[in-house]
Ligand binder design. Structure first.
Ligand SMILES: Nc1ncnc2c1ncn2[C@@H]1O[C@H](COP(=O)(O)OP(=O)(O)O)[C@@H](O)[C@H]1O
Ligand SMILES: [Mg+2]
Length: 307
């Protein structure tokens, strides 16, 4: 369990994280979503004790990171896949980390195997592809067999195969009862990975909940096909719904559920040939939720993406 309480970080003139209060529960994958520059990396860095909060707190299983005796056994993280000694082999990199946390050598070989790097364990990590670097970072996160795991934009730059692997791997970790907290600026990626989502914009909490609720609550449009389109359009407008005509036989109705459209049609004795709710796509929902919080969208893309 990760608990954030009024977590706030201010840099000179930017409020990077603004009063975040959320619980990230075990046993599920929690997606941490927000546009670039919204404060995801800063939040994760504060959870990991790499940045000091200006106000509020972040705890892991009730403890601040710095109070954990063997941090790697409680929490593992992949924050920056490039943060390794390029001249060291993958195995030596992990051995150094393990030694500092009283983790046996046997575990190093175990995690190399788990992430599929056993065969290249003796190769210089500096020559690794991005995907291999991510796997090594994940191996490091797993070293202490921690119950809490944080991954900051782990699929950035991965190929589709790597993305699928990561996704299934995270789901597996959650199903073992671990807390898995994964950030992304792509809603579509989270839709396939996360059970819960926390959406932020400009450091503030915008929405928290099950990913399924997020889309269900977003009222989409309803596609209607009828041989009496003109009558139906008039009736729907009288009922106060937004209508656009697609062609001679179909309408798109906004602001109404399919039930409401069906009832209006029935009340005006209009025959329907089709009545289909058009679920808003996750990306639509995300754009709508965060629209107000995307500032300087051009510049933020560059500054936030790598953190
Ligand atoms: N060390 C820093 N000094 C000053 N501003 C920073 C620093 N780190 C992040 N920021 C700013 O804080 C905001 C949030 O950044 P970040 O946490 O990296 O967002 P995200 O990970 O969601 O892209 C941005 O406006 C960013 O420019
Ligand atoms: Mg970031």
């Amino acid at each position: 369990m990760i608990e954030l309480r009024d977590l706030t970080k201010t840099y000179e003139n930017v409020v990077a994280v603004d009063g975040l209060t959320v619980d990230i529960r075990p046993g599920v994958v929690t997606g941490f979503l927000g546009p670039n520059g919204s404060g995801k990396s800063t939040t994760m860095r504060m959870i990991l004790g790499l940045d000091q909060p200006t106000k509020g707190s972040a705890t892991i299983n009730g403890m601040k990171y710095h109070d954990l005796k063997f941090p790697l056994r409680e929490v593992g993280a992949l924050i920056d896949a490039k943060a390794l000694h390029p001249g060291r082999s993958a195995r030596n990199h992990l051995l150094a980390l393990a030694a500092s946390n009283n983790i046996p050598t046997k575990r190093v070989d175990e995690v190399l195997d788990i992430v599929g790097l056993s065969k290249v364990a003796k190769k210089r990590a500096g020559n690794f592809s991005l995907g291999m670097g991510q796997r090594l970072g994940i191996a490091a996160a797993l070293l202490g067999d921690p119950g809490v795991l944080l991954f900051d934009e782990p699929v950035n730059g991965l190929d589709p195969e790597g993305i699928r692997w990561v996704r299934e791997f995270f789901r597996g970790l959650a199903s073992e009862g671990r807390t898995v907290f994964v950030s992304s600026h792509l809603m579509s990626e989270m839709a396939l990975t996360a059970d819960d989502v926390i959406v932020i914009g400009r450091g503030k909490l915008i929405r928290q909940g099950k990913i399924s609720d997020l889309t269900e609550n977003a009222l989409g449009t309803v596609l209607v096909r009828s041989p009496q389109v003109a009558d139906l359009e008039a009736a729907l407008r009288r009922a106060g719904y937004g209508v656009t005509t697609d062609n001679e036989s179909t309408l798109t109705v906004s602001g109404a559920t399919s039930e409401q459209v069906g009832e209006v049609a029935h009340a005006s004795s209009v025959v329907l040939h089709e009545l289909t709710p058009q679920r808003a796509s996750l990306e639509d929902v995300f754009m709508e939720l965060t629209a107000d919080s995307v500032e300087y969208s051009g510049a933020q893309h560059q500054s936030g993406a790598e953190q």
